[in-house]
Design a protein around this ligand. Structure first.
Ligand code: ZN
Length: 484
């Protein structure tokens, strides 16, 4: 890339969302495409966002009894086969290592598509008595799923970064509490850190994680009306414990089978974050996750350069001291307009402009990234003022995302109405549903929309008495949407 013209975003979020998204990711320097199809290179600005997401979640996990561990990225084929449900669920997507150097391996090794089959046997080994429970392990790693689809950075890549938690508990209550604790933490991440309102629900039976008793999900809505499965937390019942023999001696020295859970959040969360908040000027990030929260741009003439830059540097030092992630852009070879555009493109939430007027009046001009709103503030107590403005920027992003979601949950009671409503508006459509997977097919075939979730509470009365597709008695309420 060279010259100013190519610097900015040329595609439109509204009219060519896919191309626009790819352009934002590349031009904001979050990621590049790797030479192998389906893989990306995460650049420092992108990785810094992921690190902040990690920091938040990791802290909450540790506060609630989770320990981090690390297991090998290769899993012997015989381990994968021990849990047939997993093999059936992932087999076509598994990448295999067949050779080490020139020698063919005696047993193929799978590149982990997820790690249940290697972590669970060790949990089985480490759990002896009820005193060893609950056992909670998490690992931050990458997994590989060889899906033959078009690369979409952070949304669809063969290798992706995530965390996977794996826990064992004495009984169903403990394991179910664990499943909900993690789902609530994911919701908190979206609501309080990513400025994204989220829906909580359960996957329909036919779309559960293979072998799971219940798969719970966080869904978020994108501006183009498609839903993103933003994190999942699974109550696995005793199926994995039985397959891998996680038993423990209870207080009466009787052998019992443990109940297990697993839960994960991937960098798809970053994809959703970028897609939701960003605009035709480029990346928009909430201050909570932005690698640079504030950029200070001094605006000088030759005769006042020294005092303007010094004033700006002084403010930058004070903000840095207060823990604000601030960058002073005093480059000589770029004019202020160029700098504004560049930092808008890169998603810095707050810009501070400093010219001779600000210096004279002992003030600073603050400009919000999402909407360009600006205000002149006193130089005194600037750290507290900036914190207030960063909170305001966060609130603006959340409010705008909430507006996207609001009014995008509609009802329907016939197949035609589902098709018409999703076709015209996107978003979620709620219907009565009999629970039969076959009733999903006509909508899937016509619109590529599916049932993204049902209510968490299995006892909740369905929205309508009848299934919107077949007319049989409804068992639950289905939320239909197109998906990423
Ligand atoms: Zn039906």
């Amino acid at each position: 890339m060279s010259g100013e013209q190519e610097l900015g975003i040329t595609e439109s979020k509204e009219h060519s969302t896919g191309e626009w998204y790819a352009e934002v990711v590349q031009k904001a320097e979050l990621a590049d495409y790797a030479p192998m199809g389906g893989f990306i290179v995460t650049r420092p600005r992108g990785y810094a966002v992921w690190e902040r997401i990690q920091d938040h979640l990791d802290g909450w996990f540790k506060d609630t009894g989770v320990d981090n561990a690390y297991f090998p990225m290769f899993i012997p084929e015989s381990y994968l086969e021990r849990e047939k449900d997993i093999v059936e669920g992932f087999d076509p997507e598994v990448a295999w290592v067949t050779h080490g150097g020139h020698d063919e391996l005696e047993e193929r090794l799978a590149v982990r598509p997820t790690s249940e089959s290697i972590i669970t046997p060790f949990i089985a080994d480490w759990v002896r008595s009820h005193r060893d429970l609950p056992m909670r392990l998490n690992q931050w790693c990458s997994v590989v799923r060889w899906e033959a689809t078009e690369t979409k950075p952070f949304f669809r890549t063969k290798e992706f970064l995530w965390q996977e938690g794996h826990t064992a508990h004495a009984d169903e209550d403990g394991a179910w509490d664990e499943t909900m604790t993690r789902l609530d933490q994911y919701e908190r991440l979206y609501e309080d850190v990513m400025a994204m309102p989220a829906l909580k629900g359960r996957k329909p039976e036919h779309d559960k994680f293979p072998g799971a008793h219940t798969t719970t999900t966080i869904e978020t809505l994108m501006p183009d009306g498609k839903s993103v499965q933003a994190a999942t937390s699974h109550y696995l019942g005793t199926s994995f414990a039985e397959a891998f023999d996680i038993t423990y001696a209870d207080e009466d020295e009787e052998d019992q089978t443990a109940h297990t859970t697993s839960w994960g959040l991937s960098w798809r969360s970053m994809g959703a974050l970028i897609m939701l908040h960003s605009d035709d000027q480029g990346l928009v990030l909430p201050p909570t996750l932005a690698p640079t929260q504030v950029v200070i741009v001094p605006i000088w003439q030759e005769d006042n350069k020294e005092e303007v830059v010094e004033y700006a540097a002084d403010a930058a030092a004070e903000l840095e001291e207060a823990g604000v992630r601030v960058n002073l852009d005093d480059r000589d070879n770029r004019n202020p307009g160029f700098k504004y555009n560049e930092w808008e493109l890169k998603g810095v939430p707050l810009r501070i402009e400093v010219g001779p007027n600000e210096v004279e009046d002992d003030e600073l001009t603050l400009v919000h990234r999402p909407d360009g709103e600006n205000s002149v503030e006193s130089r005194d107590d600037i750290a507290a003022t900036v914190e207030d403005h960063l909170d305001t920027v966060y609130a603006k992003l959340y409010a705008s995302a909430e507006e996207t979601l609001e009014g995008e949950i509609r009802e329907a009671d016939s197949r035609e109405e589902i098709l018409g409503t999703i076709g015209q508006h996107g978003g979620y459509v709620k219907t009565g549903w009999c629970g039969d997977e076959d009733c999903e097919d006509p909508i899937k075939d016509a619109l590529a929309a599916e049932i993204v979730m049902v209510p968490l509470d299995r006892d909740e009365e369905p929205l309508h008495d009848d299934c919107a597709i077949c007319g049989d008695e409804a068992e639950e309420t289905a939320y239909w949407a197109k998906t990423y």
